[in-house]
Design a binder for this molecule. Structure first.
Ligand code: NAG
Ligand code: NAG
Ligand code: NAG
Length: 501
């Protein structure tokens, strides 16, 4: 007789826990977290404990995290004390919010910074990366390091594998690719293993794993966020950006990381003129699609099955219903074979220069040059899976010899490709953005240093997530955020992962 009553009681307790007063950790947003801090239902310490539990529970399967920060709880306690002392006034921005960093972003603390490679284990960085210094000033908690595809694109970018972290899995469909190279941040955000995360992109490394793991990824204009202290590929294309469960969360992170850095002076100096007074949250507008002109280049929408094509068609109509003018079947007039050839030629030369500069700046390191890394991999073929991946790109990079005539010609050619391609298209049609499925526009955005935002767009018949990306010219973040946010709010596609086998 008692059993049903107990069940009723349990239901009432559960209801109370969910609805009135208790903090809901799953899918918590930055806004909810700050509200929870202010109304006393949440502490940073409780939040960090939740994510550490999630990591302990899920990481043996997903391998999204390489290291947790042994100081995370102490940082949370400090944030809680600061908030108390300030009477709640510092419950804003990312204060007390746990952030997970891709493992190519340097932290001068007990965490290692290795880009997933065993070669860099034991290296000591001279200082925090520029973006980390900003996060610390904002009072964020550094939760740990997320698993990248090792050496970013210089292993198969889609692999999501690193020698230190192992194989990252997609939390929706375990057999599906998580994409890379920011696989760990994408998966960790998707599976509620962190409040927010930071990834990095050279060509597709934020947009692709965001698309594959149903999270929002912002690939900022190159130079908007500092690259100092980030294990590099090329300063012409590298950019650091948020990967989060919502557009709003990603925008909170963007606000925290953008700005001038004297250690990345040229790029951050040039891009800082784009940063709007009052930050980016003012562009989180429900009617952000109204009056926008959006181009859909035909080349990006080819090769999708009927189901996904129909979903994208529906989304373009949703944008129209919310006041945007969507122009389909545009010709972006870009020779992608040429683009990719020039991009690669230049990237390998710039990678050697930038990686050698990064390695020589380390206080201590087992490897001091690209050739040391190649030798290390040859000496550890099993751990570094040389049979599966080889290291052809590292070797090709090592064979380059600085920026010569060929590289200068490639720089000129890429400028022409951007000028005659995306820039011309956007001017001719007075576009605020182009849209493309997933990360399909990533190369066009990469070579011009242009920004892009990926937003969840659906799940295929197996349950694998896919996305739509908005891209624009340098400094177009305000309008891209308006469109991405309005689209997200109109469609609400994201749902938590299903862990399907
Ligand atoms: C405090 O805010 C959170 C949202 O962050 C909400 O879920 C909770 O119910 C609120 N608690 C109280 C006591 O108002
Ligand atoms: C950093 O790497 C060393 C091995 O060199 C390891 O002992 C240490 O635990 C790592 N740090 C963290 C925070 O995991
Ligand atoms: C595209 O570029 C490639 C490589 O530069 C070249 O061989 C090809 O002819 C070009 N295609 C067109 C249609 O111009």
């Amino acid at each position: 007789m008692a059993a049903p009553r107990l069940r009723v009681l349990a239901a009432v307790v559960a209801l109370a826990a969910a609805g009135c007063g208790a903090f809901e950790f799953q899918e918590a947003t930055v806004d909810a977290i700050q509200l929870g801090f202010r109304n006393g239902s949440l502490t940073s310490t409780a939040l960090v404990r939740f994510y550490l539990d999630q990591i302990a529970r899920l990481n043996p399967l997903l391998r999204a995290v390489i290291e947790v920060n042994p100081d995370a709880l102490a940082q949370a306690a400090r944030a809680d004390a600061e908030r108390q002392a300030s009477g709640g006034r510092c419950a804003a921005g990312l204060h007390g919010v746990p952030v997970l960093l891709k493992d190519n972003i340097a932290t001068r603390d007990r965490l290692n910074t290795t880009a997933g490679s065993l070669a860099l284990l034991g290296s000591v960085v001279p200082r925090d990366a520029g973006v980390v210094a900003r996060l610390r000033r904002a009072g964020a908690v550094i939760l740990g390091k997320a698993n990248p595809s090792e050496w970013s694109n210089f292993r198969p970018v889609e692999s999501g594998w690193s020698a230190r972290g192992g194989q990252t899995l997609n939390p929706y469909v375990l057999s599906a690719s998580p994409c890379g190279s920011s696989a760990g941040p994408g998966v960790a955000a998707a599976a509620n293993m962190a409040a927010v995360t930071l990834g990095s992109e050279t060509d597709g490394s934020i947009l692709c794993p965001s698309s594959s793991n149903s999270v929002v990824g912002i690939k900022p204009t190159v130079g908007l966020s500092s690259r100092s202290g980030v294990i590099p590929i090329t300063p012409r294309q590298d950019t650091i950006g948020p990967m989060c469960r919502t557009v709003s969360d990603a925008v909170h992170v963007l606000d925290a990381i953008v700005g001038y850095d004297k250690l990345d002076a040229e790029a951050t100096g040039a891009a800082s003129k784009f940063i709007p007074r009052g930050g980016y949250t003012q562009f989180l507008k429900m009617d952000g699609l109204r009056g926008k002109r959006i181009g859909a280049p035909a080349v990006f929408f080819q090769g999708y099955n009927d189901f996904q094509t129909a979903v994208y068609e529906k989304h373009l109509n949703t944008m129209r219903e919310h006041g945007a003018t969507v122009i389909k079947d545009l010709d972006i007039a870009t020779n992608f074979t040429d683009l990719n050839a020039q991009e690669t030629l230049l990237m390998i030369a710039e990678f050697k220069i930038s990686l050698n500069a990064y390695l020589s700046d380390l206080l201590r390191s087992p490897v001091r040059s690209l050739s040391d890394v190649i030798a290390f991999n040859n000496a550890h073929p099993v751990e570094e899976r040389l049979k599966d991946f080889g290291q052809p790109d590292l070797i090709a990079a090592e064979e380059t010899n600085g920026i010569g005539a060929r590289e200068r010609a490639a720089i000129r050619r890429l400028k022409e490709i951007s000028a005659n391609g995306l820039e011309k298209l956007m001017k001719e049609h007075q576009l605020d953005a182009i849209v493309a499925p997933n990360s399909d526009a990533s190369s066009v955005l990469a070579v011009g240093g242009y920004p892009g935002i990926a937003v969840p767009a659906g799940y295929d018949k197996e349950g694998v997530p896919f996305a739509i990306s908005f891209g624009g010219l340098r400094g177009y973040e305000p309008r891209l955020i308006e469109m991405a946010y309005a689209f997200e709010q109109a469609t609400k596609v994201r749902r938590p992962p299903t862990f399907k086998r």
